[in-house]
Design a protein around this ligand. Structure first.
Ligand SMILES: [Zn+2]
Ligand SMILES: [Zn+2]
Length: 275
């Protein structure tokens, strides 16, 4: 079943999705979609493969990215559309975020060792299975070593936000994310605003250069959609949307192409970048 013909929020194996970029393209073609955006977390490494797979098919692949930010606003996601994946400032910032994430996990492991709970870095990395190493993997390693009896206990005693082994994340702030997307020639859109609970901050982000809202999203109710469409109208923002597809059975997101997104969203994004 396909409700729409465009899907502007899709993850692949380049971040935490299950399908490779070419598998995403093949599935989109099978579903009869006309445009998709590959929006992997903090990386543009899948875009070249997706563009190549779609060549000559009539399916438009919009180069995209989903960038996490944090600050006084909490953990917010921004989508960048029609970005230039090779833009130096975008690449540098995404790389710095990846390094910081890896470094942060290592620093937490160092602290745990100082507290008498040594873990083996390779073992933790294996638990992450190719994903970037995060707290859930450290927690599982602590359980495997018998330092704690459950993942919950690992968080409660050591690695929760105020735990003794916690090292804060290094992430871009919303102004930095919006700036980075613009520098890479892209359109900056706030991802799933109602799901993230940040609707009342939209005017601030508009002042920073935000150009769109992700209105159509699996977790958005019809009331959310209506309220977000009003905001789009008031602030002259593009209404985008997508499934946040990760895999057929992922807890996050919905099946590819399963969320209605008006096709004019693509035209409006294109207008904004002058394509
Ligand atoms: Zn997100
Ligand atoms: Zn996403």
């Amino acid at each position: 079943m396909s409700l729409g013909r465009v899907d502007l929020h899709i993850h692949s194996t380049a971040s935490d999705g299950l399908f490779s970029p070419s598998q995403v393209v093949r599935s989109a073609l099978e579903l009869g979609l006309t445009a998709i955006a590959l929006t992997d977390h903090d990386t543009t490494s899948g875009i070249a493969e997706a563009l190549q797979a779609a060549e000559g098919t009539g399916l438009e692949v919009i180069p995209g990215v989903e960038i996490n930010s944090e600050g006084e606003w909490g953990d917010l996601h921004f989508l960048g559309y029609y970005i230039d994946p090779g833009n130096p400032s975008l690449r540098q910032r995404l790389e710095a975020m990846r390094d910081a994430r890896l470094g942060r996990a290592r620093r937490m492991i160092e602290r745990l060792a100082q507290m008498g709970m040594p873990l083996d870095w390779e073992e933790v990395r294996a638990l992450a299975g190719g994903e970037s190493v995060g707290r859930p993997h450290i927690a599982r390693a602590l359980v495997n070593r018998g330092y704690v009896s459950s993942v919950q206990e690992a968080f409660d005693r050591y690695i929760s936000n105020d735990g003794p082994a916690y090292v804060p994340r290094l992430r871009l702030t919303p102004p930095e994310v919006i700036e980075t997307i613009h520098q890479a020639g892209g359109v900056a859109v706030l991802a799933h605003p109602a799901h993230s609970g940040v609707v009342d901050r939209v005017p601030e982000f508009v002042a920073l250069g935000l150009q769109g809202l992700e209105v159509y999203y699996p977790e958005h109710s019809p009331e959310d959609v209506e309220m977000l469409l009003d905001l789009c109208q008031r602030y002259n923002l593009v209404a985008t949307g997508g499934s946040d597809f990760h895999s057929p059975n992922h807890e996050e997101g919905a099946p590819l192409g399963s969320v209605f997104v008006p096709e004019e969203a693509v035209e409006k994004l294109r207008e904004l970048v002058g394509k």
